[in-house]
Ligand binder design. Structure first.
Ligand SMILES: Nc1ncnc2c1ncn2[C@@H]1O[C@H](COP(=O)(O)OP(=O)(O)OP(=O)(O)O)[C@@H](O)[C@H]1O
Ligand SMILES: Nc1ccn([C@@H]2O[C@H](COP(=O)(O)O)[C@@H](O)[C@H]2O)c(=O)n1
Ligand SMILES: [Mg+2]
Length: 210
């Protein structure tokens, strides 16, 4: 019996993730809203493992994978890679980790991502951290990020904003209707945003004792 996602699709068997049952928080927000920056702080303070779907896809390109050229072209155009590719990378990263709690950053990016992840893994996120920020501020941040990303140019940034509005917001709305979204004002300075993030991650009991 296979336990990989490929096997789960073809044989109708359980994904390895549905056996491990990790605790998952989805971290969503527009391009440049500060997801990666805040995830680094959360890892340091709350012991999660950070998995950025975008970083996993970029690592897949650099690994010389047969999907590399397709992923590279899609990232350069700011469009969303087929869900089976991204989910397989997430599954592998989670299974290779000894941790049991994960921040999944930049996923699910559309309804297809969300539905396939839930049906294959059976995992429902604890909650969705949503970084809310204006396009004007996000554009300013991305144009000065200077990390050499092929998609940090004005043409692709505008395409990414369009994809976010047309495909990703519906995922946030879906989880909001289930009472699972924790919305953060991400337009503030990094330290202030993290204060709001901390309040979300600090257990209710700890807040009462503080
Ligand atoms: N609150 C903030 N105020 C000002 N600059 C910020 C803030 N948060 C992050 N930045 C800067 O903005 C840029 C984008 O941040 P980051 O990479 O964390 O965003 P992201 O949401 O992960 O973007 P992407 O979706 O493109 O991966 C970085 O250069 C980061 O240093
Ligand atoms: N679920 C996802 C996540 C990302 N992508 C592609 O990667 C690009 C960069 O993502 P970041 O989160 O690092 O900004 C994104 O624009 C997509 O092309 C994806 O396809 N699916
Ligand atoms: Mg990022």
């Amino acid at each position: 019996m296979g336990t990989s996602i490929d096997a789960a699709h073809t044989e109708g068997t359980e994904s390895a993730l549905s056996v491990k049952k990790p605790k998952v928080v989805f971290v969503l927000g527009g391009p440049g809203s500060g997801k990666g920056t805040q995830c680094a702080n959360i890892v340091e303070h709350f012991g999660y493992t950070h998995l950025s779907a975008g970083d996993l896809l970029r690592a897949e390109i650099n690994s010389g994978s047969e999907n590399g050229t397709m992923i590279q072209n899609m990232i350069s155009e700011g469009v969303i890679v087929p869900p089976e590719v991204t989910i397989k990378l997430l599954e592998k990263a989670i299974m290779e980790s000894e941790n049991d709690k994960f921040l999944i950053d930049g996923f699910p990016r559309n309804e297809e991502n969300r539905a396939m992840f839930e049906s294959v893994t059976g995992i429902v996120p604890e909650f969705v951290l949503f970084f809310d920020c204006s396009e004007e501020e996000m554009e300013r941040r991305l144009l000065s990020r200077n990390q050499g990303r092929v998609d940090d140019n004005i043409d692709t940034i505008r395409k990414r904003f369009k994809v976010f509005v047309e495909s990703s917001l519906s995922v946030i709305n879906y989880y909001n209707s289930k009472g699972r979204v924790r919305k953060i004002d991400a337009a503030k300075p990094v330290a202030e945003v993290f204060e709001a993030v901390k309040a979300v991650f600090t257990p209710v009991d700890d807040k009462a004792a503080a």
